[in-house]
Design a protein around this ligand. Structure first.
Ligand code: PSV
Ligand code: MN
Length: 426
């Protein structure tokens, strides 16, 4: 299904007057505060977030999976779903594929379909957390960290194959999320697991094309519940440094123990030029995969404040690869992703409103109260009219979720794909 631009414009007409009133009021207020509304609108329009191919169907837990209707049953349909998100929001201009779940059959056709939907291919993701049919070796006791050299070689080769697939699609980065670890104390020697992992990552790194990056994701627990080999940002940072300048740490918001100061991690990594990618989601407890901004929106804003600071002050850090990494147990995945995209843009816009000079001046006077006020003033601004304006100027929907419902997109997908289509993947 490809969205007709005229349908979006017709939807916009219905809310145009209300939106214009809201936008004019807000931009008038911001003008008085000397904020450059045009620059903010341009930055919002340029901010593109990749959608992972695995977020378009219903997720599940190890207790079960409740499918959603009209799920994309092929890579082509996944691309079309991201196309719908992008047409509405003009913010989801990339798709991130997981191999082997999404191996293209016809590369040219897939590339043409992506470009017809105005999409590019973001990082490709390897999978050594599941055994593949007919594979010689099993990852039961780890992949890149495995004690058995032949398992490690298979896992390294898989990552190299993923790079080759990504090259054919125009991707420029590989994300390695390693599930390796131990379920029981004493099961594994920490040092040997880390050493093998480092060496395996170096082998993958040596196959990386010149203009590619490798992102090393960390996670403190799950699927292993005693230890994870790459458990935290420090371990990832160390491994990225050991690999070389094209290797970076990837921060996934859900991969921290409760109350971890993620904004500080972001800041440190950007200062060192080693933050490569970012996965958005939200959680109450751990890697819950909840809608971005639905539980801790202020924490998200504080993180964005550091990201904005880093983007403006740390030229040593490359442009970041942004991606939503969530799955949905009961909601319509596309609606959930629309909500997440809105929350990301909202946090970004609010962070852009922070007066960095004023903050620095308040910090230098140790005026703690004012420092807090500066952040909270920005946070309390209702920036949604800015988001809507940025979208409308790019041909997107003023209100993406409302348009999604009123254009009856899910109903259309069900008609096309049937009630029981199941997304490929987990
Ligand atoms: C598992 O936690 C995970 O969500 C990681 O964050 C990866 O990015 C993703 O799966 C896909 O491998
Ligand atoms: Mn992730």
């Amino acid at each position: 299904m490809q969205l007709n631009k005229d349908h979006i414009l017709t939807e916009n007409k219905k809310v145009e007057q209300h939106h214009t009133d809201q936008f004019n009021f807000l931009s008038g207020q911001l003008d008085k505060q000397d904020k450059d509304v045009h620059t903010i609108l341009r930055k919002l329009a340029n901010f593109q977030v990749a959608i992972p191919s695995w977020a378009l169907g219903a997720g599940g837990t190890r207790f079960g999976r409740f499918g959603f209707f009209g799920e994309p049953a092929s890579l082509e349909q996944k691309i079309e779903d991201v196309g719908v998100l992008h047409a509405l929001t003009k913010t989801a201009g990339a798709i991130s594929l997981h191999i082997p779940w999404d191996i293209p059959q016809d590369y040219n056709a897939i590339k043409e379909l992506a470009s017809a939907n105005d999409l590019v291919f973001d990082a490709v993701n390897s999978n050594t957390f599941q055994d593949q049919k007919n594979a010689k070796e099993s990852y039961r006791f780890g992949s890149l960290s495995n004690l058995n050299a032949s398992v490690r070689e298979q896992a390294v080769q898989h990552n190299i194959d993923v790079i080759k697939i990504g090259e054919k699609l125009g991707s420029k980065s590989l994300t390695v999320w390693l599930a390796d670890g131990a379920n029981f104390a004493g099961q594994r020697n920490f040092q040997s697991a880390l050493t093998h992992t480092e060496n395996s990552l170096k082998s993958i790194y040596s196959a990386l094309p010149e203009d590619w990056k490798m992102f090393i994701e960390y996670k403190p627990y799950e699927p292993n519940f005693y230890s994870t080999v790459i458990q935290d940002w420090g371990t990832s940072f160390m491994l990225a440094n050991a690999c070389g300048e094209k290797a970076y740490t990837l921060v996934d918001l859900g991969h921290h123990l409760p109350n971890t100061n993620i904004e500080q991690i972001v800041s440190t990594l950007m200062l060192k030029g080693k933050l490569g990618g970012f996965h958005f989601n939200d959680s109450k407890y751990g890697d819950d995969d909840s809608t971005v901004g639905s539980v801790k929106p202020y924490a998200l804003f504080l993180i964005f404040n550091e990201l904005v600071y880093g983007m403006e002050n740390n030229p040593q850090n490359p442009d970041l690869a942004w991606m939503i990494d969530a799955s949905h147990n009961i909601k319509d995945p596309l609606e959930d992703l629309l909500q997440s995209l809105e929350a990301i843009q909202e946090a970004y816009a609010k962070a852009l409103l922070v007066d960095q000079e004023e903050l620095q001046a308040a910090q230098s006077r140790n005026d703690v109260t004012l420092c807090q006020e500066i952040l909270q003033n920005a946070y309390r601004t209702d920036v949604r009219p800015l988001l809507a304006q940025a979208r409308a100027l790019s041909g997107g929907a003023i209100d993406p979720l409302k348009s999604y419902r009123s254009l009856r997109i899910r109903e259309g997908l069900i008609k096309e794909r049937g009630m029981n289509s199941v997304a490929t993947g987990l």
